[in-house]
Design a protein around this ligand. Structure first.
Ligand code: SF4
Ligand code: SF4
Length: 454
């Protein structure tokens, strides 16, 4: 196995985790296609972790592509921009796959929009600078990222400007750019690395400069060697290094990425900056480059629509606010054996049933599973095999936490460190008794959050 880990201490992997079948073949060869703008877009006001955005447009108001339609709702929040030119309609309430009911800005698009094609041409074009990045004021980079409404596109949706703000109290010496995409099925990051490596390199240089990082490393799993080659070529004559990590789930979790590469352990409840690092997904980094160099806010993102349940698996550049149903329709519709639709991948994603569900900034993919994929194994009693403990990358005891969650014993759940669980799904994946461990843990966390509300 060819591992590019010379000079990195971590050995390219971490303890525990699982090796689910990758199933990337459905969409890995599908070049990114631009989806035409739909007639109507629905922009939910909650598209970032933190405060919801606040609408600044009214019904019947005309908007142009890129206009701010909702301003940031606080420090940990971002503005929303219109992905099309058109007219604002009466607002609506939508339900996200997480179950959150949230108000959304509705925009009726003018005909013949070219924004998606222009966005793709800019993103994949060749004119991305590698020199002169040091002339940008680091504070202005963070400000531009904020103005562009960028959040973590890997799914975490943490506002990126907060992460990339220079901070003397917690200096960052290393920026890790996350191209691992360890979730089965999803290939949006992979295609981005193949088709837009120059934008990723420029974005990484900008983000590294904003942070004052000495070292910038792009991390890719060893099942994507052609992406490694594309990035290495684009990174020539820069300080950026490409590290090839072993294929394992959840390699893309920022704490485990740091561990795999450097052996540094982020303290429980801490952040990468506690060990002098920042981690950002490749899509986020490309969005940083689009904002700074092409002056384009985050209005479009790459989404994989994949799995055996969709007629034509694909990778799509989609306007934020298009419905999941329209993306599936663009891919030829559902196959007869389609059984479950998931926003995201099968390990960490959220099942949804409503085709009107809008694509948000955090939608990395739609995975459509077949009846065969969905093992409807009936839940049986825990056989105390300990496999869930063996695979938990956070070294928790999932069976105990889940049981505490099921019985609403929140004190016990806390004692077993429920909040340290990042819902990777390894325990549920491995459980021979079919116990929905993650769902029970998630439910416990929701109860704790509700209790903590003032
Ligand atoms: S307890 Fe949480 S962190 Fe541990 S394996 Fe289960 S979902 Fe992952
Ligand atoms: S893997 Fe499932 S059956 Fe085994 S100990 Fe954990 S909860 Fe029990």
């Amino acid at each position: 196995m060819r591992l590019g880990l010379k000079g990195f201490a971590g050995g390219g992997t971490f303890a525990h985790g699982v090796h689910p079948p990758g199933r990337k073949h459905y969409s890995s060869d599908a070049q990114i296609e631009v989806v035409p703008a739909p007639e109507t877009l629905l922009l939910p006001l909650q598209q970032n972790i933190g405060a919801p955005s606040k609408p600044i447009v009214k019904a019947r108001q005309d908007v142009l592509y890129g206009d701010v339609v909702a301003k940031s709702g606080g420090f940990v929040s971002v503005p929303l921009h219109s992905p099309v030119s058109g007219k604002v309609k009466k607002s609506a309430v939508t339900t996200l796959p997480t179950g959150l009911h949230i108000e959304a800005i509705v925009i009726k698009a003018e005909e013949n929009q070219t924004a998606g094609n222009d966005f793709y041409a800019d993103l994949t074009g060749a004119d991305w600078p590698k020199n002169g990045i040091g002339e940008y004021d680091p504070n202005k980079i963070a400000e531009a990222i904020n103005n562009a409404g960028i959040v973590g596109l890997g799914g975490a949706t943490f506002p990126t400007h907060v992460k990339f703000m220079p901070n003397d109290k917690k200096p960052v010496h290393t920026l890790l750019v996350n191209g691992c995409e360890c979730e089965p099925y999803l290939t949006s990051d992979y295609r981005l690395m193949l088709e837009a490596p120059a934008a990723i390199i420029t974005g990484a240089l900008l983000a590294g400069h904003a942070l004052g990082a000495r070292d910038i490393v792009i991390n890719v799993e060893d099942n994507k060697m052609d992406a490694v080659d594309a990035l290495r070529q684009a990174a020539q004559d820069t300080i950026i290094r490409i590290a090839v990590l072993k294929t394992k789930y959840p390699q893309g979790s920022e704490k485990h990425l740091i561990l795999a590469l450097t052996k540094h352990e982020v303290p429980l409840g801490g952040l990468p900056s506690d060990v002098g690092m920042a981690v950002s997904n490749v899509g986020t980094i490309a969005a940083v480059a689009m904002a700074l160099i092409k002056d384009k806010p985050l209005t479009h993102r790459v989404v994989s629509v994949t799995g055996g349940g969709v007629a034509r698996p694909a990778n799509l550049l989609a306007p934020i606010g298009i419905s999941c149903g329209e993306l599936i329709e663009f891919c030829g519709g559902l196959n007869e054996n389609a059984s479950r639709m998931i926003a995201g991948g099968p390990m960490m994603g959220f099942p949804f049933i409503d085709l009107e569900t809008p694509v948000t900034k955090g939608t990395s993919g739609l995975t459509i599973l077949t009846e065969e994929d969905v093992q409807k194994a009936e839940e049986t009693s825990c056989v105390h095999c300990g496999r869930c403990v063996d695979v938990c990358p956070m070294r928790l005891v999932p069976t105990k936490i889940a049981l505490a969650g099921r019985h609403k014993d929140l004190e016990l759940a806390r004692r077993y460190n429920i909040m340290a669980c990042f819902e990777c799904g390894c325990c549920a994946y491995i459980c021979p008794a079919g116990i929905p461990l993650v769902q029970l843990i998630r439910a416990g966390k929701v109860l704790i959050a509700a209790m903590n509300k003032p």
